[in-house]
Ligand binder design. Structure first.
Ligand SMILES: [Zn+2]
Length: 334
């Protein structure tokens, strides 16, 4: 037993050593130059193949570990920028919802540190990794979690899930979709989903398997968890991190952000079943979609910090009060 644990630990350390050298080059995972590909998708996932196999070896070795440590071992084996210690210190616990393959969706609520204000704290729901092959998204959410006890972040009440789609993220070759082959970001119950989402998938995407919206809205445990968390936590703003388009998108009833770091506000479209459409337009909860510029290579430390600080400032200025729900406006908007 002890030797098995030592073997696991050795394999893990060896793996971390390999990945750490990659990390020095600013990459989340070992990959080829085509990782900078503008489209996230099949191309960058292919280019990632080699590194993913390395990660798979570590994951196999970690399977025998105790469940309590297995989550962070698997996350840190996948992300060179995430140490085992940082993952454990993030304080994530199982949300109670399991992915299709039985991996817990890990979550943490962080109440505000500062108190005594007459107004209630702004509630921020921060999500990473709805698309499993956009590895920089969970990586930067883990990084930001380390800064939540500093500066303006302490004023907010946070609900954080860095890896919403753990199956897509942890599988040997990461996938945009969950283990049922559903694009979770097309599975939210926007109005007229049954008419619009399947038709859009067939006619506009040519049945692209990477954009399959599912057979029903909220057919997937991962999208149901996000939907339930919106209902439970009642966020004033949702931040959803993606890659690799290098822009900000925004939906909702308040002023859009202009720029976070080098990311400039550029609407990328409204899709049936997307979280932006559902939260921002239907539920009237403002949502910022952060599209990092690369799915595999992290922004620099300075840029990660600038995006974070600009985001906090925007929230302070624009989401300091709960948007007043207006039933009349909602009816008109439809
Ligand atoms: Zn995405």
């Amino acid at each position: 037993m002890a030797s098995a644990i030592m073997a696991d630990a050795f394999l893990h350390l060896m793996q971390r050593g390999i990945l750490a050298s990659v990390c020095a080059a600013g990459l989340v995972l070992a990959t080829t130059a085509s990782a900078a590909s503008k489209d996230a998708s099949p191309a960058s996932a292919e280019s990632n193949n080699k590194a993913v196999k390395l990660g798979g070896a570590t994951m196999s070795a970690a399977r025998n570990a105790a469940p309590q440590v297995d989550w962070c071992q698997r996350f840190s084996a996948r992300l060179a920028s995430l140490s085992l210690e940082t993952c454990r210190q993030s304080g994530l616990t199982p949300s109670g919802t399991l992915s299709v393959q039985g991996f817990p969706i890990l979550h943490r609520q962080i109440p505000p540190v500062k108190s005594g204000k007459s107004t209630p704290p702004v509630r921020v729901l921060l999500l990473g990794g709805i698309h499993g092959d956009e590895l920089t998204a969970p990586a930067i959410v883990f990084k930001w979690m380390q800064w939540m006890n500093q500066g303006a972040a302490q004023e907010f009440h946070w609900s954080v899930a860095p890896v919403v789609n753990p199956d897509g993220f942890l599988t040997n070759k990461p996938t945009r979709m969950n283990a049922n082959g559903v694009d979770l970001n097309r599975n939210f119950p926007t109005p007229d989903w049954h008419q619009e989402a399947p038709t859009y998938w067939v006619k506009r995407t040519g049945r692209d398997p990477r954009r399959f919206p599912g057979k029903q809205p909220l057919s997937e445990p991962e999208s149901r968890w996000v939907n339930d968390e919106i209902a439970r936590f009642k966020p004033d703003v949702v931040i959803s991190v993606h890659a690799p388009f290098g822009v900000l998108d925004f939906d909702g009833p308040v002023q859009p952000p202009r720029k976070f770091g080098r990311l400039v506000f550029t609407p990328v479209g409204v899709y049936p079943g997307s979280l932006g459409n559902y939260s921002g337009l239907h539920k009237k909860v403002p949502i910022i979609t952060i599209e990092l510029p690369n799915a595999l290579a992290m922004p620099s430390e300075a840029e990660s910090k600038k995006i974070w600080e600009d985001m906090l400032t925007w929230i302070q200025r624009n989401v300091s009060q709960k948007p007043v729900a207006s039933p009349i406006r909602q009816v008109v908007a439809k």
